[in-house]
Write a protein that binds this ligand. Sequence first.
Ligand code: KG4
Ligand code: ZN
Length: 356
Amino acid sequence: MGVPVKGKGGLRKMRVIGIESSCDETAVAVFDTVRGLLSHRLHSQIALHQAYGGVVPELASRDHIRRLLPLVREALAAAQSSRDSVDGVAYTAGPGLIGALLVGAGFARSLAYAWGKPAIGIHHLEGHLLAPLLEPEAPVFPFLALLVSGGHTQLVDVAGVGEYRILGQTLDDAAGEAFDKTAKMLGLPYPGGAALAQLAESGRPGQFNFPRPMLDRPGLDFSFSGLKTAALVALRGRVLDEEIRADVARGFQEAVVDTLAEKVRRALVGGGYRRLVVAGGVGANMRLRERLGDIAQDAEAAVYFPRAEFCTDNGAMIALAGALRLAAGERASLAVDARASWELGAPGSAQQGSTD
Ligand code: KG4
Ligand code: ZN
């Protein structure tokens, strides 16, 4: 599989190992600009954090340390690659949990130094935005992207690699965060997004009508914290039997999906886009996919969803983004680059540093 990236004379052949450790997944993948994705491996820390109802940063960092080296070995073996056939190392430089990021960044930088290869820090959200390029039916630029994850909810104009313009974003909670918090109220284990979606399947429509935040206002921003509060109020004083929990889950999911879908419709129509890309963990939600499929069809736009395992955090998207940037000639300084906060579109390590 090739990657549809415009450039003089096409894309340079480049094989890159990508490392993701921004939160509670340790993931490693090998991507080749000519042959496509060669391997990907992931260790989820969900079981480690579940007892605490959320991610414990210190535990996350320590587990990344334990998992990285075996996963790199496995990913290289599965890709039938070695240090000699790898041309560079990409790692998630931010945003995320700083300790977790530092583990991945320090590891990746050291590996690159020992191997005498270039390394590059990748913006986690750029990874999500480019994940649909891992699929055989990949979108070409430009496209509109809906990025819906545990930490972010954004509508982004994507003109090319590194050419991102945020059109709208959440003013408070991210969509995934709202899913997770509401799931917790419903007694579902962390992270509750997928479990809430499953519970919603048996819920009756129309039993709970939650607000559709910000739809009465122009623009493309979102707000989900009020919705979570509305769910809390709806649950208060009730006996939470299976039926009520399912009805609330259904009502909540419908409200989130409606809100996201309407803003996407406005952005698609307003910007005259021909392609819509959906990325980030909440992009795995089937109801959202169904609604966005309908909206794209009405707007005569094609819609692209990465497969579910590439919607949630993974190493493949980081290896891909790194390969595209390194193949385009970008190089970063030898500094270990890790930032807890990093605005999409703000300069990255490659723009700041000298070559190595
Ligand atoms: O992109 P991601 O793996 O991590 C971040 O970068 O945040 O997204 C994780 C988020 C979590 O909030 C999780 O509950 C949510 O995506 N999620 C879902 C579904 N699968 C994962 N939310 C709704 N429906 C799903 N099927
Ligand atoms: Zn993510």
